[in-house]
Design a protein around this ligand. Structure first.
Ligand SMILES: [Zn+2]
Length: 338
């Protein structure tokens, strides 16, 4: 990116600077990466939900019992989302089935597929039931969900996984599974609370997504001490205005939708702006609203944002309004309000 602060057009605001930095991470040139030519064309898709600087994910593998004991209550207390990569076909899970069923009712416990047995696979044929049978159990935890829907997937470690990347890609797509991105975690990769917390600062510094994966917390195996874990949660709470802590499916949906999203200004005058937001992702699976920021005329103080039957009033901040809307969800209407 060759722009510097001084070479920006004079109309550039801090918003435009944000947008330029967004361009660095886009796989495709978004229209949003261009400085706004006028108030009518000033809508940006923000890099992360709610305009946060970075995204962060917490993963917990293997249905380790210490997670029920030491992780779930802390996440609930602090309203922080965790991804639980469950192995649903072994004796360990069977023994704690009721407790996982109860935990899965929490909005802060997002269940994901870590295969049915965690024994690994020797070929693509063996992968099929490992994915399908785990999904069956996960779906039974959430009978209210519409089908199809996406679920997260974490490949089991330390066991054979003899399939090609293409065989895995096809199978994951068939079962509507989202492969989690590369990760690291304590105590293997990070040897102290401070090293673990530094991953959050790195996410903010780079404006990127980072992910930490845990096994045992305060017990079981590959144990992270409880104090490290709570120190990390303290940190995430302290930076909650800057970091979007989310689940793997929402992260994937946001990034996928954003990468092919387009905004058209249909009409704009001194009292209203109408826009159309579209993206190329399948709306049956990709239904997460994106966060937009639209520049509005200088004399607007508040703005009513309407899409379909949904309407909210948002305050104008530094000449722009920020709001969430669904790609392909119909015309977005912004109206001046007092
Ligand atoms: Zn595992």
């Amino acid at each position: 990116m060759k722009f510097t602060r001084t070479s920006l057009p004079s109309a550039a605001s801090s918003l435009a600077l944000t947008v330029l930095s967004l361009g660095l991470f886009s796989t495709q040139p978004l229209r949003a990466a261009e400085p706004a030519a006028s108030a009518n064309e000033g809508t940006q898709i923000l890099k992360w939900k709610d305009g946060k600087k970075a995204a962060f994910m917490l993963g917990f593998d293997d249905s380790a019992p210490s997670q029920l004991q030491n992780v779930v209550p802390e996440l609930e207390k602090r309203k922080i989302i965790g991804n639980f990569y469950l192995v649903t076909g072994n004796g360990l899970y069977a023994a704690l089935k009721r407790r996982w069923e109860a935990a899965a009712k929490s909005p802060y416990v997002v269940v994901a597929n870590h295969t049915f047995t965690h024994k690994g696979v020797n070929n693509a044929e063996e992968m099929e039931p490992e994915l399908a049978k785990c999904n069956e159990v996960l779906d039974a935890l959430h009978p209210e969900r519409k089908q199809p829907h996406l679920l997260g997937f974490g490949k089991p470690g330390g066991v054979p996984w003899k399939v090609t990347p293409e065989e895995q890609r096809v199978a994951l797509e068939k079962h509507h599974l989202v492969d989690r991105p590369p990760f690291a975690g304590p105590p293997i990769n990070y040897k102290s609370a401070a090293e673990t917390i530094a991953v959050v600062d790195a996410a903010i510094a780079k404006g990127e997504m980072r992910q930490l994966v845990f096994h045992g917390v305060g017990g079981d195996w590959l144990v992270t001490p409880v104090e490290w874990f709570t120190a990390l949660l303290d940190k995430l709470e302290a930076v909650k205005d800057q970091v979007w802590v989310t689940d793997v499916v929402s992260w994937h949906q946001y990034v996928t939708e954003r990468s092919s999203a387009e905004i058209k200004t249909l009409k704009a005058d001194k009292d209203s702006i109408s826009l159309e937001l579209t993206c190329k992702a399948d709306p049956a699976l990709y239904d997460l609203p994106l966060t937009l920021s639209t520049k509005v005329p200088a004399d607007w103080k508040n703005c009513i944002v309407t899409q379909g039957a949904n309407s909210i009033t948002v305050a104008v901040h530094e000449g722009a309004v920020q709001y969430d809307e669904l790609p392909g969800g119909g015309t977005i209407l912004l109206k001046r309000a007092e």
